[in-house]
Design a protein around this ligand. Structure first.
Ligand code: ZN
Length: 445
């Protein structure tokens, strides 16, 4: 409840007055930004007859034809890059599955997301900035862990059984929270990636999930409209990477060529970490290079041979590792694929994969942004997803983080409307500004 007592009396009364006059929910006086990620949603999935709401939203938003993913084009890597503004060599999440410091497999562990304790996701940095800023994080990869012993105020851990509409209702309740209203929300939806992995991108099952994502966007827009927050909420719809297709005849069975007694490996679609046994590094590298040169289905890298543009080579987690990357439409065979093959035949085996070079068109992601901070009907130039952090930071009026980020505002400044809340707004003025915006701005969501 809003109790007009003491120093908060004026602010509280003005907030009540504002809500009563325009009939809107009581929310933070800061700009509100909601970032929604649909895992593995490829730009070419958007078609007016399949995804009418996405197609419309893309048109009225500030939107590039696509957003460039970070290498490797994997889920944890890209969600953590978007959350930290850093490339993988700095934040240390090099894949969904990777070696820990003892060269054992780790997957979604505290250690995986804490390569450097100075790396802090934006939902924590938002709250460190204080002044009534609260974050809400719905299942975003990496959000279940504390950073510098802090969690966001509002959090829902990953639970795929929670209906998507319930997730959105929860997000709206965070924004409308009377005591700690969220000014920053990050939300994650696990489709269409999950289904495309099992059935490939062009299957009816995957198309159903693409349609489901479209219906979810409509539900979000309906809720924002219902709460009369069209001119308060900045809504960003994006994805982490694209998706390619692999058939059985393009599976690379590495063990058939190189004895797996000479190394430990972690294979994950088109990406593989190889850790040779003691004194076996040169031998394993030579053998793998020979297979790569003959088959021409993958490339082999020592750590210092990784291309600079992948921003991965300077990470100590690659010490004594040989890195393999399959060419598009190829992947390394592992137990996950055996599981899929159990339900089909080699002839019909067709799956989705990602993790390829981020320069590959199939690995591109979506981005569209709408709300008071953004230009309307704006066809933007494509940019890197590492720049999402400075974009959100600018809108939320945040200070520079203590660990220097890689993203810059340069590539994303084009999206912002003129005078879009670049800096701190004094409390009372902020409320009247919001009121004024309600009166003069036309509805656009
Ligand atoms: Zn993903």
């Amino acid at each position: 409840m809003c109790r007009p007592v003491g120093a908060v009396a004026v602010k509280c009364l003005v907030a009540v007055f504002a809500a009563a006059v325009v009939g809107v929910a009581a929310v933070t006086r800061h700009p509100v930004t909601v970032v929604v990620s649909f895992d593995g949603f490829r730009p070419d999935y958007i078609k007016p007859n399949v995804t009418p709401h996405m197609a419309w939203f893309q048109k009225v938003s500030a939107a590039p034809p696509y957003m460039r993913s970070t290498f490797p084009t994997k889920t944890f890597v890209n969600h953590f890059t978007m959350a930290t503004g850093m490339y993988s060599d700095k934040h240390g999440v090099l894949d969904n599955y990777m070696f820990d410091k003892h060269y054992d497999k780790m997957h979604y562990t505290y250690e995986q997301f804490h390569y450097d304790d100075a790396v802090v996701p934006i939902w924590i940095h938002n709250e460190i900035n204080g002044d009534g800023r609260y974050s809400g994080v719905m299942m975003w990869p990496g959000s279940e862990f504390a950073y510098q012993n802090k969690y966001p105020t509002h959090i829902q851990k990953y639970n795929s059984s929670i209906p998507w509409t319930d997730r959105i209702d929860k997000i709206m309740s965070w924004i409308k929270d009377e005591k700690k209203p969220a000014n920053l929300v990050y939300a994650y939806f696990e489709e269409p990636d999950h289904t495309a992995h099992l059935k490939a991108s062009d299957s009816q099952e995957t198309i159903n999930q693409i349609v489901r994502a479209d219906a979810t966007l409509k539900y979000i827009l309906d809720q924002i409209k219902h709460e009369k927050l069209e001119n308060k909420i900045n809504l960003i719809i994006l994805s982490d990477h694209g998706m390619d297709t692999v058939t059985y005849n393009r599976m690379i069975h590495l063990n058939e060529y190189v004895s797996n007694t000479t190394y430990k490996s972690i294979m994950s679609g088109p990406n593989a970490f190889i850790h040779p046994n003691p004194n076996k590094f040169d031998e394993v590298y030579k053998n793998l290079s020979k297979v790569a040169n003959t088959s021409r289905t993958f490339n082999v890298f020592k750590q210092d041979q990784l291309p600079d543009r992948w921003h991965m080579k300077n990470n100590t987690r690659l010490t004594d590792i040989i890195y393999l990357l399959a060419k598009p439409q190829y992947a390394f065979w592992d137990t996950y694929f055996e599981f899929i093959l159990n339900g089909t035949t080699k002839e019909k085996f067709k799956i989705g994969a990602h993790g390829y070079d981020n320069a590959e068109p199939q690995m591109r992601a979506i981005f569209m942004a709408s709300g008071p901070a953004f230009k309307k009907n704006y066809s933007a130039v494509q940019f890197d997803n590492v720049d999402l952090y400075p974009l959100i930071s600018r809108i939320a009026g945040l200070t520079e983080p203590s660990r220097q980020i890689d993203g810059t505002i340069k590539g994303v400044e084009q999206l912002l409307s003129v005078g879009a809340a670049p800096t701190f707004t004094p409390p009372v003025l902020g409320i009247f500004s919001a009121l004024l915006l309600q009166v003069i701005a036309r509805s656009r969501l």
